[in-house]
Ligand binder design. Structure first.
Ligand SMILES: [Cu+2]
Length: 142
């Protein structure tokens, strides 16, 4: 725990009062998330159904504290290096939360090529330590 606070302190590059720091949840060994569908390189048309896969953990809604669980976030054209893994994930057009515990979504994507990833968050929307981040899947929307 001390190590985690120290890491958060270093990454934030400033003063982060430990009393306010939310601990990151340790990821169980071997946990992985992945995009089941569409397949990488697929050309698809709207609406696009994206199916979320998770092994080594369970899905639980946001706000539910249960060991070895989390909820999915879909990253659309997000550089994973730009994500702040030390706190709650933002909710944007490109970082979509599935706090209800959903395991798939059907959505409209603009025509063009998109890079999709899944990132699991804990009950507080904070990525696990280490982050459970999928490999990217690139799709082209007609
Ligand atoms: Cu979330």
């Amino acid at each position: 725990m001390l190590k985690r606070i120290a890491t958060a302190f270093l990454i934030s590059g400033g003063f982060a009062p430990p009393a306010l720091a939310l601990d990151r949840t340790p990821a169980p060994e071997g946990a992985q998330t992945y995009i089941v569908a569409p397949a990488g390189g697929a050309t698809v048309s709207n609406p696009v159904t994206i199916v979320f896969g998770l092994v080594g953990m369970g899905v639980a809604p946001a706000g539910v504290e249960m060991e070895n669980t989390g909820h999915h976030h879909l990253l659309v054209n997000v550089d994973p290096d730009s994500v702040d893994y030390t706190g709650p994930l933002e909710a944007t057009d490109q970082i979509i939360h599935f706090g209800g515990g959903q395991t798939q979504v059907t959505l409209e994507l603009p025509a063009g090529t998109h890079e999709l990833r899944l990132l699991l968050g804990d009950q507080n929307h904070i990525p696990h330590e280490p982050p459970i981040l999928s490999e990217p899947v690139t799709v082209t929307v007609e």
